[in-house]
Write a protein that binds this ligand. Structure first.
Ligand code: 5GP
Length: 183
């Protein structure tokens, strides 16, 4: 699959992402008014660029931690079975937590992670996803905040990969296979 020829069509520009993150950060700051410290939990690896930009817009006391759940691997389809590959370093019991996800697709990953973290009794837990594909949802979950709703397309860039490539693109783009096309 990675050896198939493809091009990337820009879907969301770096500028639109930056503007959206500024607005989201302001909503988050308001929602967490009075919070002494916010534990921002990034889901690896796809959220690393998003979390880096988001925390720099959050002028409040934040701590950053990471969790890695099993992902697509080399495939383009969700496995529906979620495993934790790397757990948090810190404790979240009694704390205010914001989980940062790159894309909510079927919803299995976010649902599983939220269930796991809720079992540790945080004081409050909210979620934010840069992208949401509502038409793909298989389990009932929605992030507290969403950057952009997108149609059912396979996207890359801004931290999101295709078989480990294209994470370094500054924008979100849609993968289009050129070997499917006539001519
Ligand atoms: P879910 O469990 O909601 O089906 O899947 C969520 C995870 O699948 C995301 O965190 C992301 O890693 C991966 N994913 C979903 N859609 C896409 C996509 O369009 N492109 C890439 N590269 N990964 C995706």
């Amino acid at each position: 699959m990675p050896h198939r020829a493809y091009v990337i069509d820009e879907m969301i520009s770096a500028k639109s992402i930056a503007a959206r993150i500024e607005a989201l950060a302001s909503e988050i700051k308001t929602a967490f008014t009075g919070t002494e410290k916010l534990i921002v939990v990034g889901l690896l690896r796809g959220s690393f660029v998003f979390i880096a930009d988001l925390v720099r817009e959050l002028d409040m006391n934040v701590e950053v931690d990471f969790l890695e759940a099993s992902s697509y691997g080399e495939a383009m389809e969700s496995s529906r079975e979620v495993r934790i590959l790397k757990d948090l370093r810190g404790e979240i019991g009694g704390k205010d937590v914001l989980v940062v996800e790159d894309i909510v697709d079927t919803g299995f990953t976010l649902k599983h992670v939220v269930g796991l973290l809720m079992s540790r009794n945080p004081r409050r837990l909210e979620t934010i996803a840069l992208l949401d594909k509502p038409s793909r949802r298989e389990v009932d979950i929605k992030a507290s905040w969403t950057g952009f709703e997108i149609p059912d397309a396979f996207v890359v860039g801004y931290g999101i990969d295709f078989a480990q490539r294209n994470r370094n693109l500054p924008y979100i783009g849609k993968v289009r296979f050129t070997d499917d096309e006539p001519g």
